[in-house]
Ligand binder design. Structure first.
Ligand code: NDP
Length: 449
């Protein structure tokens, strides 16, 4: 990370690091926001006096618990589960659950902090939280996944509720895991209530929830291109990842006439110069649903396969990082700029590291941060909560119309708060300030609590 020149920012970050030792991902997420907010609030005595930014970087609470479960061989296994309830100033805590061996308190604090700003940008009454466990679902049987989800929910159920905290999926948690957790909650409490989103359509899920994050990332790109009088038609799109977000991002790109030239997993990247067909994409989605690896695409439909897990050195017009945090570093950002990429829409959370952000900020590349670009998932989760409260189900078309409106509105907020005097838009700055304002105003209204 480059040296911090702003004295107020440096002092603030020193405090964050002192209070949260050994949490690099959290420091990074806070720095990414504070570098825009500290100058923004410099002359706002009320916000400074009430220590709003300091309060926003301190989670309301963190719940950490033991998760004990039995594997198929009868061995007792122990994992650590968490729920970070970051901020409920504008609504119940809302944010996904991640099951991945790299889950730590620092990772979940970074995600929960980001979630507060993202949820604020949606315009829906949603606070921010995040949870998960250092459990590795890879290679586990269906029964093992079920037992783990049940053990996890047995503890988590004490801290969530339809008006308190409503988790959803994230890496390693899809419809199957949400189903197991919802079933366990119902068994424990005997209540059928909307305590999770991303549920199966038969038991309170919303149309378009699985697709929403990936579709929203593409809608954000359409909005950015429209500001230049441009469209997705014929554009070569590098997409990373091959999970939920990447697959539906690729599906929408193909539908709208763009060329998806890559997908990846943690092992490697496939390259299809003329763009994947819908059949190719369906083949990949089936493959991944059955635990397959991207390397198998070379024999499956003749894609080129590279062992490196990043597609950013490939020629592309548009980039969609949809795998994981810090997957675009300085060298990747330089390659994107050099190869003439015109815009990046972030599907994964915090996929660009600070050096990459600086490089893209100094280039003509339009760059929508994850808190704006991938808000479609939580937005439709918010709509799922509304449908659950109303005891109604909306059609795909109705939900998609809401989703498009929400993303367009987020884009407008980024432009309003991020445009400089020459008309250039800094989407990071715009998203940070717009997300901050709403939460800060609510916290000011509540006084010192
Ligand atoms: P999935 O578990 O469905 O997929 C994750 C994908 O990323 C897999 O293809 C995985 O490959 C790949 N991956 C993981 N680590 C790496 C790596 N180091 N290099 C390359 N590929 C890697 O997760 P989601 O699609 O749900 O989530 C992806 C990102 O989007 C995350 O950052 C998540 O927080 C974010 N997000 C998700 C939302 C949702 O609604 N699901 C909402 C908003 C944000 P492999 O199979 O090898 O592990």
């Amino acid at each position: 990370m480059s040296e911090i020149k702003d004295k107020d920012l440096a002092a603030f970050m020193n405090g964050v690091k002192r209070r949260n030792p050994g949490e690099p991902e959290f420091h990074q997420a806070v720095h990414e926001v504070a570098m825009d907010i500290i100058p923004y609030i410099r002359d706002n005595e009320q916000v400074k006096k009430m220590r709003i930014l300091e309060r926003m970087t301190e989670p309301d609470r963190i719940i950490s618990f033991r998760v004990v479960w039995e594997d198929d061989k009868g061995n007792i296994r122990v994992n650590r589960g968490y729920r970070v309830q970051q901020n409920n100033a504008i609504g119940p805590y809302k944010g996904g659950i991640r099951f991945h061996p790299t889950v730590t308190q620092s990772v979940l604090k970074f995600l929960a902090f980001e979630q507060v700003f993202k949820n604020s940008l949606t315009g829906l009454p949603l606070g921010g939280g995040k949870g998960g466990a250092d459990f590795n679902p890879k290679g586990k049987s269906d029964s093992e996944i079920m037992r783990f989800c049940q053990a996890f929910m047995t503890e988590l159920s004490k801290y969530i509720g339809p008006n308190t905290d409503v988790p959803a999926g994230d890496i390693g948690v899809g419809a199957r895991e949400v189903g197991y957790m919802f079933g366990q909650y119902k068994r424990l409490t005997d209540r059928f209530e909307g305590i999770l989103t991303g549920k199966g359509i038969e038991f309170g899920g919303s149309a378009i929830r699985p697709e929403a994050t990936g579709y929203g990332v593409v809608y954000m790109m359409e909005c950015m291109l429209a500001t230049k009088g441009d469209s997705l038609k014929g554009k070569a799109c590098a997409v990373s990842g091959s999970g939920n977000v990447a697959s539906f991002c690729a599906e929408k790109l193909i539908e709208l006439g763009a060329k998806v030239v890559s997908l990846s997993d943690s092992g490697g990247t496939i390259y299809v110069k003329d763009g994947m067909t819908s059949d190719n994409l369906n083949w990949v989605m089936d493959l991944k649903a059955n635990g397959g690896r991207m390397s198998e695409c070379a024999t499956g439909f003749g894609a080129k396969y590279y062992a490196g897990n990043r597609p950013w050195a490939l020629p592309c017009d548009l980039a969609f990082p949809c795998a994981t945090q810090n997957e675009i570093e300085a060298a990747d950002a330089r390659a994107l700029v050099k190869n003439g990429c015109i815009a990046v829409s972030e599907g994964a959370n915090m996929p660009s590291d600070p050096d990459a952000i600086d490089i893209l900020r100094d280039s003509p590349v339009m760059h929508a941060p994850s808190k704006a670009a991938n808000a479609g998932g939580v937005a439709v989760s918010g709509l799922e909560m509304s449908q659950n409260s109303l005891r109604m189900s909306w059609t795909r078309e109705e939900v998609d119309t809401h989703l498009k409106k929400i993303i367009t509105n987020i884009h407008t907020q980024c432009v309003d708060k991020g445009k400089d005097k020459d008309g250039n838009v800094d989407y990071f700055k715009g998203a940070n300030i717009a997300g901050f304002d709403k939460v800060a105003n609510a916290m000011l209204a509540y006084g010192a609590i």
